[in-house]
Design a protein around this ligand. Structure first.
Ligand SMILES: NC(=O)c1ccc[n+]([C@@H]2O[C@H](COP(=O)([O-])OP(=O)(O)OC[C@H]3O[C@@H](n4cnc5c(N)ncnc54)[C@H](O)[C@@H]3O)[C@@H](O)[C@H]2O)c1
Length: 325
C-alpha cells in the first residue's frame, strides 16, 4: 500500500514508519520537526520505498499533493504533553484541530482511509474502570487548561465519526501511556522518559502527587502492532483502545526504574501544584478494556513492563552518553 504518516519523525510515528517499511509498504513521512527528529528515521532515510517531507499538516497544498499519492494516512501529527496543556493551551488547541481538519477534509475528497491517533486522555475523570471505547468522557471545566488536549482530541474524534457517517473509512486509535526508545522527555514530560533520564543522571526522580495514581504503561512495539492492525477493513468506523491492561502506580514505576537503571537518585514527592500550577486535576487510574481490540484487531500486548523498561533504559543510556560526548 501507499501510506502517508503525519508526525512520522516523532516517537510513535518513527517506529510506525519503520514497521510499515519492514512489512513492504511504500511510505511518505510528513513532519514539521517541531518535536520530531529526522535522526529517528536515520535508518530508513535512504530507503527506496520511503520519502521524507519536512512540512506541516497545516500546509494544505503540500498535504493535498501527498494525499493524491496514497491509499491510507496515519495521522499522528499533534501537540501533546500535560506540561504543554497547562502552559500553552492555545498551541495545544490549534496544533490538534487545524491539521486534523485538513487531513480529514482532503482525505474525504480523495477517498483516502484515515487512521487517527487519539488518546486515553479523552476519558478524563471517569471513574468507571476499565474504559470501553463507548465509555463516557468526564472532563473538567473549560477554564481548566489541563483539559484542553482531551477536548481537542475529542473534537477531532467527532470530526472522524462525522466523516465516517458520510462514508469515509476512518479508524481511531486511543493510546494508553505509550513508552519506549525515542520518547523525548523534555518537550512534554512522558513520565517514563522523565524518570529514566533522571535515574541515569543520578538526579532526583520526581513523583508528582502521592504516587498512588496508576497508569497502564504500553511498550512502543505493542502500540505499533495495534496501530498497523487498523489497516484492515473491519476496523473502519470504530475507535480502539490500544494499551496494556496491567496497572502500575507511579511510585512503583519510579522504584522499578531506579532499580533497573542502577541509579543513586533519591525518589522525591512533588505536589501537583508545584509541578503544574494551582488547580491541577489528575485521574487516579486509567485502564483500557481491550475486548474490542482483541476481537477485531487481534491485538494483545506482549511486552512486559520490566522488559520494556530495560530496552528503554538502554536506549537512553546511549543517548545520554552521546549527549555528554
Ligand atoms: N505517547 C503517548 O503515550 C501517546 C498517548 C496518547 C496519544 N498519543 C498520540 O500519538 C501521536 C504521536 O505521539 P508521540 O508520543 O509520538 O508524540 P511526538 O511529539 O513524538 O510526535 C508528534 C509528531 O508530530 C509532529 N508534528 C507536530 N505538529 C505538526 C504539524 N503541524 N505538521 C507536521 N508534523 C507535526 C512533531 O514534530 C512530532 O514528530 C499524537 O497524535 C499523540 O496525541 C500519544
Amino acid at each position: 500500500m501507499k501510506i502517508l504518516v503525519t508526525g512520522g519523525a516523532g516517537f510513535i510515528g518513527s517506529h510506525l514508519v519503520q514497521r510499515l517499511l519492514r512489512i513492504g509498504h511504500q511510505v511518505t513521512t510528513l513532519d514539521d520537526c517541531s518535536t520530531g527528529r529526522p535522526e529517528f528515521l536515520r535508518d530508513v532515510m535512504g530507503h527506496q520505498r520511503h520519502t521524507f517531507v519536512h512540512d506541516s499538516v497545516t500546509n494544505r497544498q503540500t498535504l493535498s499533493k501527498l494525499m493524491d499519492n496514497c491509499d491510507t494516512v496515519f495521522h499522528l501529527a499533534a501537540v501533546l504533553g500535560v506540561k504543554n496543556t497547562v502552559e500553552n493551551p492555545l498551541k495545544v488547541m490549534e496544533g490538534n484541530i487545524d491539521g486534523t481538519r485538513n487531513v480529514l477534509e482532503l482525505a474525504y475528497r480523495k477517498r483516502v482511509k484515515v487512521i487517527f491517533a487519539s488518546t486515553s486522555e479523552i476519558y478524563g475523570k471517569n471513574q468507571n474502570l476499565p474504559f470501553t471505547e463507548e465509555s463516557d468522557r468526564v472532563l473538567g471545566a473549560p477554564s481548566i487548561h489541563r483539559w484542553c488536549y482531551a477536548t481537542a482530541k475529542s473534537l477531532d474524534e467527532h470530526l472522524c465519526f462525522a466523516y465516517a457517517k458520510n462514508g469515509l473509512p476512518v479508524t481511531i486509535i486511543r493510546y494508553f501511556n505509550t513508552y519506549g526508545p525515542r520518547q523525548t522527555s523534555s518537550q512534554y514530560g512522558g513520565v517514563v522518559a522523565r524518570f529514566v533520564r533522571a535515574a541515569l543522571n543520578n538526579e532526583p526522580i520526581e513523583v508528582y502527587g502521592d504516587g498512588t495514581q496508576s497508569r497502564c504503561f504500553t511498550y512502543i512495539d505493542d502500540a505499533v502492532t495495534g496501530t498497523v492492525a487498523a489497516l484492515g477493513p473491519r476496523a473502519n468506523g470504530l475507535a480502539f483502545n490500544i494499551g496494556s491492561d496491567q496497572q502500575t502506580t507511579v511510585q512503583e514505576l519510579a522504584t522499578l526504574i531506579h532499580r533497573l537503571a542502577g541509579s543513586t537518585s533519591p525518589i522525591v514527592r512533588v505536589p501537583y501544584e508545584a509541578a503544574y500550577g494551582p488547580g491541577y486535576e489528575d485521574m487516579k487510574a486509567r485502564i483500557p478494556d481491550l475486548s474490542r481490540s482483541r476481537s477485531i484487531l487481534g491485538y494483545t500486548p506482549r511486552v512486559g513492563l520490566e522488559t520494556g523498561l530495560r530496552r528503554t533504559i538502554e536506549w537512553y543510556r546511549q543517548t545520554v552518553e552521546s549527549e555528554r560526548g
